[in-house]
Design a binder for this molecule. Structure first.
Ligand code: XMP
Length: 335
């Protein structure tokens, strides 16, 4: 339990000593960890830091703009946004296997990042938002044996790029990273966001990934999240929630919530006409550690409103279902 300004002071000092006048690159994903790492390193060394933000076309609605506004406009961080949507979609065309999709997204991410990093010829350091639980998790690999889902990260990059690793969050737990982020001036809503997987919407579009599907999913997902944020939380106790800090809305009352695109069509009726369109599933869970999770008992009125809005506002979707599977046996993501 440390005092935040003191902690920032020490961390900044340490980063300055470590990198001196060298240049540093960092892969910004829009997630909490890389964002806080970027803000901290920027506080320490300013323009010696360059962030590379790879937009793989599998981000949520307005996410790319939000990242650029927050870092480039508000904090004055140097950020290169790489629009790689066509490249990712091209490589994902025709691929339906979940693990194969993850591998492709991970590989292309490394490729795009590496190509950009090579252009920054003065860079000596690769910064990463590795936090303490990641350190523990990778130390434990092999012992546990089977990987259920291969997680996307940028492992292997420092070697090929011949860069030294800078990991200023290595000793911190998630809640400490969040507090640090707020103290560094990142918006509260950003820092307390639900986790988002590296492969992004790629694992939330079942089977083959297409831009058309990603566009429909982005709209549906944004409506779901907006309604969760706008619906006050009223129930007394919910598993997975720290009792010391009562959630104010259903977004805060869930650990992770999102829409999933199902590439199947079903029949519907709208006005005088028959429709034959795609389905989305809503997923919302409560968990402490993401290893096990319960489906969230969202109010029926909230589910009803989200369903109506999605079907009325998103042309191309005519059916919404709610996922009531726990983990285990289901996983949180559908792929
Ligand atoms: P599952 O679906 O395995 O997810 O129950 C557990 C947590 O991990 C996240 N997740 C990922 N995060 N890369 C990531 O960075 C991935 O490939 C990945 N797959 C799952 C998931 O969102 C949930 O929070």
């Amino acid at each position: 339990d440390w005092n935040m300004p003191d902690y920032i002071g020490e961390a900044v000092q340490k980063i300055r000593e470590q990198v001196g006048s060298d240049e540093v690159i960092l892969g910004l994903s829009g997630g909490v960890d890389s964002s806080v790492a970027a803000a901290l390193i920027h506080r320490a060394i300013g323009d010696q830091l360059t962030c590379v933000f790879v937009d793989h076309g599998l981000l949520r609605k307005d996410e790319g703009k939000m990242v650029m506004d927050m870092f480039s406009k508000n904090l004055g961080v140097k950020v290169l946004r790489i629009d790689a949507e066509d490249q990712f979609m091209g490589h994902l065309a025709g691929v339906t296997d979940p693990e194969q999709k993850r591998k492709i997204i991970g590989r292309e991410f490394v490729e795009v990042f590496q190509a950009e990093a090579k252009k920054l010829t003065n860079a000596k350091w690769l910064a990463q938002g590795t936090i303490y639980p990641d350190v523990i998790e990778s130390a434990g690999k092999g012992k546990k044996g089977q990987t259920i889902k291969s997680h996307h990260n940028v492992g292997g990059l420092p070697e090929t790029l011949n860069l030294k690793l800078l990991e200023p969050l290595r000793e911190l737990f998630k809640d400490e990273v969040r507090k640090l982020g707020v103290a560094l001036g990142l918006p509260h809503d950003m820092v307390y966001r639900h986790p988002f997987p590296g492969p992004g919407l790629g694992v939330r579009i079942l089977g083959e990934v297409k831009k058309e599907y990603a566009d429909l999913l982005r709209e549906a997902d944004a409506i779901f999240i907006e309604e969760l944020r706008n619906t006050p939380f009223e129930l007394p106790a919910v598993a997975g929630i720290d009792p010391g800090k009562a959630p104010v809305n259903w977004y805060e009352a869930t650990s992770q919530a999102f829409a999933v695109f199902l590439p199947v069509k079903s029949v519907g009726v709208m006005g005088d006409g028959r429709t034959y369109e795609y389905v989305v599933a809503l997923r919302a869970v409560q968990t402490l550690d993401f290893m096990t999770a319960q489906w969230a008992h969202l109010p029926h009125s909230l589910l009803g409103k989200v369903s109506n809005r999605i079907i009325n506002e998103v042309r191309g979707l005519n059916r919404v279902v709610y996922d009531i599977s726990g983990k285990p046996p289901a996983t949180i993501e559908w792929e």
